[in-house]
Write a protein that binds this ligand. Structure first.
Ligand SMILES: [Fe+2]
Length: 215
């Protein structure tokens, strides 16, 4: 067992199924239709279903297909969180929670990369999937039970978060061309972020200033 397996083993859901369902219900009550939270909860439902499909898949090619479907929604969702929601969580003063969220998701990505290299016909594949599932369920419990509620309560730029979270998810899952902020052509990168009409106020910055690389 690798060190990462030990770490992930240690975070395998300490909470009950009932506690997780309660956290989901609480987060749903805080969400409004079309906002980032309702979209994130929708992704979480898809991730749970994708794990169940992978667990039920027959050893071999069916497992590989189920793992790819799981990876698409898991990566799209987690990258959108890492680019949009976790920075916002840090910005409202919850830096420790944001840091933990990044660490847990990076560990899950490393585990998914390991899963890809395990024989899908063998028992080890199922064991690895269970480790990842346990860690991801616990991570979503933390998000739904506290981190997302903090962000919903404290962030002032809710509409901005909803728009950007959706954009980043779509960019990964449906491709760059489907993203509203995508450049028209490969050499048209300067236009990224300038597709909206007029500058958007982000605290003290305008949208144009915020888009400018800081390096
Ligand atoms: Fe999440």
């Amino acid at each position: 067992m690798s060190i990462i397996d030990k770490v992930i083993g240690a975070v395998t859901p300490p909470e009950s199924d009932e506690a997780r369902a309660e956290a989901t219900a609480k987060a749903r009550a805080a969400a409004t239709p079309g906002d980032w939270l309702s979209l994130a909860l929708e992704h979480h439902g898809q991730i749970r279903a994708a794990f169940e499909a992978a667990r039920a898949a027959s050893p071999g090619e069916s497992r590989v297909a189920a793992m790819r479907a799981l990876a698409t929604v898991l990566n799209g969702h987690s990258l959108a969180e890492e680019v949009v929601l976790y920075p916002a969580l840090a910005k409202v003063g919850e830096k420790a929670h944001a840091g933990m969220a990044y660490t847990e998701q990076t560990t899950a990505k490393m585990q998914m990369a390991e899963l890809e290299r395990i024989d899908p016909a063998g028992e080890a594949w199922g064991d690895k999937l269970e480790h990842i599932r346990g860690a991801v369920l616990h991570h979503m419990f933390e998000e739904e039970g506290s981190w997302f509620l903090e962000l919903k309560e404290k962030a002032e730029d809710q509409d901005f978060l909803s728009r950007r979270f959706s954009e980043e998810y779509r960019r990964y899952v449906f491709g760059v061309a489907e993203s509203p902020a995508a450049p028209a052509a490969e050499n048209d990168l300067e236009e990224v972020g300038r597709n909206d009409a007029g500058p958007l106020q982000l605290g003290d910055q305008t949208r144009d200033e915020a888009d400018r690389p800081a390096f």
